[in-house]
Write a protein that binds this ligand. Structure first.
Ligand code: HEC
Ligand code: HEC
Length: 343
């Protein structure tokens, strides 16, 4: 009798330790704020992260199986879409906005350039069903992957049951995206006193602190709030930003402040990808009409920079490039997807 009980306990402990071994602690850098994402409802699990990565790179998520999330969010571009000012979806349809970078998402509450989505777990529904992006429906994707033994196994490994539900699908996608943390740029290593800025980078940092940090707050380099940096309206796209969500006139032409990490990988810049180079961005901020608008607005100061100062400021911005993040093998196309047979 006692022997049976011991054997039973051994099995329970064995199974439990298996589950424990899959637990992934969210790797928050010491000087980052507290994350906004509530991990209690979706605790990180190594198998669920894997599943999310498969889904992120799998074109089965689109109507004609040609477009994956990664088609517009490429790991080598800090998960933005380089070369495309506006995103491209199925059948060569062109979207209205530039695909943003994806990293440090756990610190954000509102998603999209205008904050139309208020939870990461629901975000994927937007591209999935948008006719200009993947043109699919969640139900139909679930039907498709339900027939694939590859996903049957992957869902079972992640959630310890056979059920392939929309909730699990979305949670797994979030899990993978939550692990996309960019925190190993030269700036980060300087913060950790492992490296030092050059004299030029120090001058650039000072200029950044005087002119940019009010919106591009350290260490995430964004407040993740909605602001206007007085870009003139693109008449063709007629995109007025945040006001389209809040219907409050004061939000007209406000867009989510993007992070300035990984700028060398994520061009073109701004919600419509109108600039390809950083000096074009700085020339925008120092344009006299833009300066006049900054001057007119409450709590905002115009930005004045000489040619030399622009060079120094760019030198600082380049210290925010995180090559380890961009070239991390864990963020690439998972080879296991190639073993998936078409069913
Ligand atoms: C056709 C290109 C395209 C595809 C495919 C696509 N996205 Fe996007 N993604 C975009 C664009 C464009 C935006 C910005 C949309 C907006 O602001 O209205 C965006 C925004 C996002 C955001 C919000 C980021 C932020 O900073 O607010 C997340 C997260 C995201 N996409 C994840 C995904 C996932 C997951 C998939 C696959 C299910 C996916 N995307 C598929 C183009 C795409
Ligand atoms: C008043 C707030 C504010 C200030 C101050 C500000 N920015 Fe911005 N910045 C924004 C907003 C908002 C956007 C996005 C605008 C859009 O796409 O319509 C942006 C976009 C950018 C982008 C494009 C990033 C991308 O991924 O598309 C860069 C680069 C940038 N800012 C650099 C700077 C620099 C450098 C300074 C200081 C000289 C600065 N910003 C000052 C609010 C601000």
């Amino acid at each position: 009798m006692a022997k049976n009980l011991l054997a039973f306990l051994a099995v329970v402990i064995f199974l439990f330790s298996f589950r424990e071994a899959r637990k992934v602690l969210f790797p928050k850098p010491s000087y980052f704020p507290k994350p906004e994402y509530n991990f209690k409802n979706n605790p990180l699990d190594s198998n669920a992260i894997k599943l999310g990565r498969y889904l992120f790179f799998d074109p089965v998520l689109s109507k004609d199986s040609t477009i994956s999330c990664a088609s517009c969010h490429s790991p080598f571009n800090a998960f933005a879409h380089t070369d495309h000012s506006l995103s491209h979806g199925i059948n060569d349809t062109i979207g209205r906005r530039n695909a943003p970078t994806l990293f440090n998402l756990a610190w954000q509450n509102l998603f999209m350039w205008d904050g139309a989505i208020n939870h990461l777990d629901f975000q994927a529904l937007a591209p999935l069903s948008s006719p200009a992006e993947m043109g699919e429906s969640l139900n139909h994707v679930l039907q498709k992957i339900n027939k694939q033994t590859f996903y049957e196994k992957a869902f079972k490994a992640a959630f310890d049951s056979n059920e392939i539900s929309g909730e699990r699908f979305l949670k797994a996608l979030s899990q993978f995206q939550l692990t996309l943390i960019s925190a190993n740029s030269k700036y980060d290593r300087v913060r950790l006193e492992k490296e030092q800025f050059t004299e030029q980078e120090k001058r650039g940092y000072l200029l950044f602190s005087q002119n940019c940090v009010s919106c591009h707050i350290e260490p995430l380099f964004s407040s993740y709030e909605f602001e206007s940096n007085f870009l003139p309206l693109n008449a063709f796209l007629n995109d007025n930003g945040r006001v389209e969500v809040t219907l409050n006139e004061k939000d007209s032409m406000k867009f989510k402040v993007p992070s300035l990490r990984n700028l060398s990988f994520s061009f073109p810049y701004m919600h419509d990808g109108r600039f390809t180079k950083l000096n074009e961005v700085l020339n925008h901020y120092t344009d006299s009409t833009v300066q006049a608008q900054f001057l007119k607005s409450i709590n905002k100061s115009p930005i004045y920079l000489s040619g030399d100062e622009k060079v120094d400021l760019i030198a600082f911005l380049l210290t925010l490039n995180d090559k380890e993040f961009v070239f991390n093998p864990k963020h690439r196309f998972p080879k296991e997807l190639l073993t998936k047979t078409k069913e």
